[in-house]
Design a protein around this ligand. Structure first.
Ligand code: PEP
Ligand code: MG
Length: 869
């Protein structure tokens, strides 16, 4: 098809919904042009060309050069300028633009088309100093990005000239100085590359286009895609656009704005600008820009026009937009618009407000909020009720709290985090190279830059706390310390950031649970109205159960009982039980465990009163409860009254080659029914006690790792017998269910027969994934990473359900189970229960509920609602 889409007033080929083809930037430049918003004309080379470029061994597809020439000719026509014309030269920018924005990750070239002849045309139009300054910026940028001569080398030459002239600032250099520097830059480039600097504008353009294609695969772009799960085969579009200048003097400027506050979501115009500045100066974080409201005084007309565009864009896109603009000699131009990145708080607030403003409906509001993101809202904030020493204050660039130890470089952040340290990355300003370190840090503090600086934008995207532009902070990477008004904090010292207020505190501040009311509560209520899939939680303690209930859990889908075996006194009894030589001594040890288990269940069932609680009987191999070091063996021998040799022998005898496929799950129950009997006794003693206290209690006993109907019926009989005995003795009946996990592929295959003995199924997709792929869930991390990098697997099947394979077993298990028992309750309790894509799959497949960790409960509620819109 067509490789290039043109945009200019009245002759625009593209639209906003063509992002896959034109990239986000190109599609929206076209859309704005269609909306009669002033956009400098240009054209977009499609992402398909980029993919073809890579498929072709990094060569252009046939005919692209001609198509570029044709579009340049069109551009010359609409602008009335000519490429390479010494009188009225057409100058362009060349920028990347992928489907989704990857801020600062790829390359950009400005002022392209300048050479020794055209610079004179520009000088006549503006002034000479401006022209030569623009020219040297172009040579510098082009030399760096396209010809790979490092930017420091040019900076060195600039320093030399400044030193010779005895001046300190770039602004003190004259036209002649810049002219001299252009010459020296070119000589440098010739020396480093063996080639002269390209004077021919078309050669410049072709080189820049290639550089943008190449930058799709530069290391930081690759890293960014890894972190953000962006496929490597999307490719980038290239936008070639007429230059406008924000650095023509005091009536020119450039800025970035959001149609609402991207941090809080408040409906206020929000942004920053710099007068007499070009392109990247605002986002680069080098000069701290002015807040947008002050533009009202500086450039009232431009401000008014901007405000109108803000309204127009919101009404059109019905979303919060992020815009970039340039004012050239008082005239406003839009250079970009896209859906604005926002914090979770802002996402929720904006979605709910826009429903109230009649811009969107509730379903759209639900669709707008990324379920992954809402987890951020549940995390603790700095407790406002404590006295805190304020070290300094910066801009509240991304809300939340961060407590960690100070590190000063991104590499250190990654090293420290690898060692398990929590770190706060403190930088003068961040750059795209810091992305890895920012990703592992608890939070980011910068000394320079505004709300739209790199640090702020990236942190908000990551949902990470950030305080930006804390101007009192001096970062000294050599001395490995920071100072604030003479107060010194060393690398490794603790620090707390409050991204909601911008305050920074020395040490570790206390955090509190956030409020779940307000817009968040409203949105979640809409989600609950809409969803049909239930959401339960995986919880093994009353505390977790309580947290989850507060987050909206509708019961417990998995209570793993093994964690309860590790308490101080319990583990001794557990070991006694394991080391017992016969059933009688085993029962004796189990009797010691009984009261503990009863208390555990009492607490959990009570918190979940009125709701179902699925309790799984013991699952892991017994080996996990025994000590492995020599000293510990001695201690266990002392505790249990055995000899160290006996303990050692038992440890040896329980060793397995494949413990995950060994003596675990219901297989333990078959060998030692007394273990399960004790657990069932504890469950029903707790349940009957609560029932007598007047509470409505709904225990569900779950047998793990079943593969045959016979395993289940063998154990089920015993469960029922103990339950009956306990309830008779207590003189009270508690309604309950007995069911099974489906986590062995065989269980899914014979689910019709298994359902004869099960009132519910819960898919244990952790084990089911392990056994379906034959990937050890404990060892696969190492090679799964290679699988992902080499494109063999798109995602980790232990994180997001493999719908194609494992999903079939889930579907089959459900269908066959319900054939036998139409009212069979079916849920999922593997890690996938909290993964949005997997939750949506569960809805489509017809499960009754998902169960996930407490903090994922709202994530799952929202994802379940999204499954219906
Ligand atoms: C599972 O296998 O999915 C499951 C929930 O059980 P566990 O993770 O405890 O093996
Ligand atoms: Mg399991």
């Amino acid at each position: 098809g067509k490789s290039i889409y043109f945009f200019a007033r009245g002759q625009t080929d593209g639209r906003a919904d063509m992002k896959n083809l034109l990239g986000g930037k190109g599609a929206n430049l076209a859309e704005m042009t269609n909306l009669d918003i002033p956009v400098p004309p240009g054209f977009t080379i499609t992402t398909e060309v980029c993919t073809a470029f890579y498929a072709n061994g990094r060569r252009w597809p046939e005919g692209l050069d001609e198509e570029i020439r044709r579009n340049m000719a069109r551009l010359e026509q609409v602008t009335g300028r000519r490429f390479g014309d010494p009188e009225k030269p057409l100058l362009v920018s060349v920028r990347s633009g992928a489907r989704v924005s990857m801020p600062g990750m790829m390359d950009t070239i400005l002022n392209l088309g300048l050479n020794d002849r055209t610079v004179q045309g520009l000088a006549r139009q503006a002034d000479e100093r401006f022209a030569y300054d623009s020219y040297r910026r172009f040579v510098q940028m082009y030399g760096n990005v396209v010809l790979h001569v490092s930017s420091e080398e040019y900076e060195k030459l600039i320093e030399e000239v400044k030193e010779r002239k005895g001046v300190e600032l770039d602004t003190q250099l004259t036209a002649a100085d810049w002219k001299e520097l252009v010459g020296r830059f070119k000589a440098l480039i010739q020396q480093r590359t063996g080639q002269p600097f390209p004077e021919e504008p078309e050669e410049q353009l072709f080189g820049a286009i290639n550089a943008v294609f190449d930058s799709w695969n530069n290391p930081r772009a690759i890293r960014y895609r890894e972190i953000n799960k962006i496929p490597g085969d999307w490719g980038t579009a290239v936008n070639v656009q007429t230059m406008v200048f924000g650095n023509l003097g005091e009536t020119s400027g450039t800025g970035v704005a959001f149609t609402r506050d991207p941090s809080t979501g408040k409906n206020v115009f929000y942004g920053e600008y710099l007068m007499n500045a070009q392109g990247e100066d605002v986002v680069a974080g080098i000069r701290t820009p002015q807040p947008i409201r002050t533009l009202q005084e500086a450039q009232p007309q431009a401000y008014q026009q901007l405000e109108e565009i803000r309204q127009k864009l919101e009404a059109h896109y019905r979303d919060m937009m992020d815009i970039e603009f340039t004012i050239q000699d008082g005239e406003l131009f839009m250079l970009q618009c896209r859906s604005g990145k926002r914090t979770a708080l802002a996402a929720v607030t904006i979605a709910v407000d826009m429903v109230k403003e009649g811009l969107i409906d509730k379903e759209t509001a639900i669709r707008r909020v990324d379920p992954e993101q809402v987890e951020q809202l549940l995390h603790p904030m700095v407790d406002p009720g404590q006295e805190l020493e304020v070290l300094t204050k910066g801009l509240p660039a991304s809300p939340g709290a961060a407590v960690g130890r100070i590190v000063l470089t991104a590499d250190d952040a990654e090293d420290w985090a690898d060692r398990g340290e929590r770190v706060v990355l403190v930088r003068t300003e961040t750059s795209p190279e810091d992305i890895g370190g920012m990703n592992v840090a608890e939070g980011i503090l910068t000394a320079r830059g505004g709300m739209t600086s790199h640090a702020a934008v990236v942190a908000r995207g990551m949902g990470k706390c950030c305080v930006a532009g804390a101007g009192e902070v001096r970062v000294d990477t050599t001395a490995r310390q920071i100072s604030v008004n003479g107060r010194v904090l060393k690398e490794g010292d603790w620090i707390t950031l409050n991204g909601t207020t911008g305050e920074v505190y020395p040490g570790q501040a206390k955090l509190v649970e956030p409020e779940l009311s307000g817009a968040f509560g409203e949105l979640m209520a809409w989600a609950d109205e809409l969803r049909t899939l239930g959401v339960r939680t995986n919880a093994d303690t009353p505390h977790d159960a309580e947290v989850a209930r507060r987050f909206g859990a509708e019961g417990i889908g998995l209570c793993r009982t093994e964690h309860m075996f590790f308490g101080e006194n319990r583990i001794v009894a557990v070991r006694e039980m394991i080391l017992a030589d016969d059933e009688e001594s085993r029962r004796k040890a189990l009797a010691k465990l009984l009261p503990y288990q009863r208390d555990d269940f009492y607490g959990i069932l009570k918190v979940m009163e009125g709701l179902p609680v699925t309790i799984r009987l013991l699952d892991p191999p017994l080996h996990e409860f025994l000590p492995h070091e020599e000293e510990a063996v001695d201690e266990v021998a002392r505790e249990t009254g055995k000899s160290p040799a006996e303990v050692r022998a038992k440890v040896e005898s329980l060793k397995e080659f494949n413990p995950m496929l060994g003596h675990r799950g219901c297989r333990l129950g078959v060998t030692y029914p007394e273990i399960y009997e004790m657990q069932v006794q504890a469950i029903f003693e707790a349940a009957t006690r609560l029932a007598k206290e007047g509470l409505s209690i709904h225990p569900e006993v779950m047998i793990p790792l079943v593969g045959t109907p016979e395993e289940l019926s063998f154990l089920r009989e015993r469960v029922e017998k103990v339950a009956r005995e306990v309830m008779e003795k207590a003189g009270v009946q508690v309604p309950y269910k007995v069911g099974t996990m489906i986590e062995v592929p065989r269980a899914a295959l014979v689910a019709d027969r298994i359902a004869e003995g099960a009132e519910f199924f819960s898919f244990g997709t952790n084990d089911l994934t392990q056994m379906t792929f034959g990937f050890s869930r404990d060892d696969a991390g190492v090679f799964l990473e290679d699988y992902r990098k080499k494109g063999i697997l798109r995602s980790d099947p232990f994180q997001t359900l493999d719908q194609e394979g494992v999903g079939q077993l889930v579907q089959m298990g459900l269908e066959r189970g319900r054939k036998t028992r139409p009212d069979l309750k079916v849920g999922i309790c593997g890690e996938h229960g909290g993964d949005p894509a997997s939750v949506k799959f569960c809805h489509r497949t017809g499960l009754d509920y998902v169960s996930c960790s407490p903090y994922r409960v709202p994530v799952a509620r929202l994802a379940a609602a999204q499954a219906r819109v």
